[in-house]
Design a protein around this ligand. Sequence first.
Ligand code: CDP
Ligand code: CDP
Length: 203
Amino acid sequence: MIFTVAIDGPAAAGKGTISRAVAEAFGFAHLDTGALYRAVGVKGGDPVLAAQTLSPADLARDDLRTLEAGQAASRVAVIPEVRAALLAFQRRFARRDGGAVLDGRDIGTVICPEAEVKLFVTASALVRARRRWLELGGDAAERSLEDVLAEVQERDARDMNRTDAPLKPAADALMLDTSELTVEAATARAVAQVQARLAQMQG
Ligand code: CDP
Ligand code: CDP
């Protein structure tokens, strides 16, 4: 069965959390496409060459989730040749047999416009920054909430304003604002959407 769930949205909206839960609920494979850009960003050197030669070891680095890696990712993500080098792998993954969930910025618009389910996950910038800050340790973190908020807003602006594959909802994406939702509630809504689409296709 070919079935793609495309999950896009800004930083720390809850895309990864929802994607992992949907993949687990339906036995689909999951690809965090942000990790590809983070790996290219932290690898250094020529970003186009880094994207063309990305290896499993690059994706296994333990520094991919830092704020710096997020910034580096969004800087290389504006380069069309970098995006082009990562396209075929993501497309193949999306249409693999057995179902796939991909989360990122351009899954529903560029990577897989034919996706069976498209979700655009959002939350207010302050809620998203607070989530990231709590992940970093909250009051014990080396970064203040204001720092994290500035980082999130800078990255969102760069992602929304680039020419190639900017962050924006696909015309047919379902909007899911998680500002006031628990992880469980947000996940349940996403699972229900996939369930409904599967039922529609079978019936
Ligand atoms: O993948 P993305 O950057 O969009 O977000 P994430 O890593 O899935 O979620 C960021 C943080 O927000 C995690 O610590 C989640 O547990 C939390 N979260 C939340 O508090 N409420 C939600 N509805 C979704 C995520
Ligand atoms: O988890 P979070 O939302 O903070 O970031 P991410 O999904 O790991 O993505 C890191 C950066 O990679 C984003 O800010 C984008 O600049 C870029 N990215 C992209 O351009 N296209 C994608 N499909 C995924 C990520």
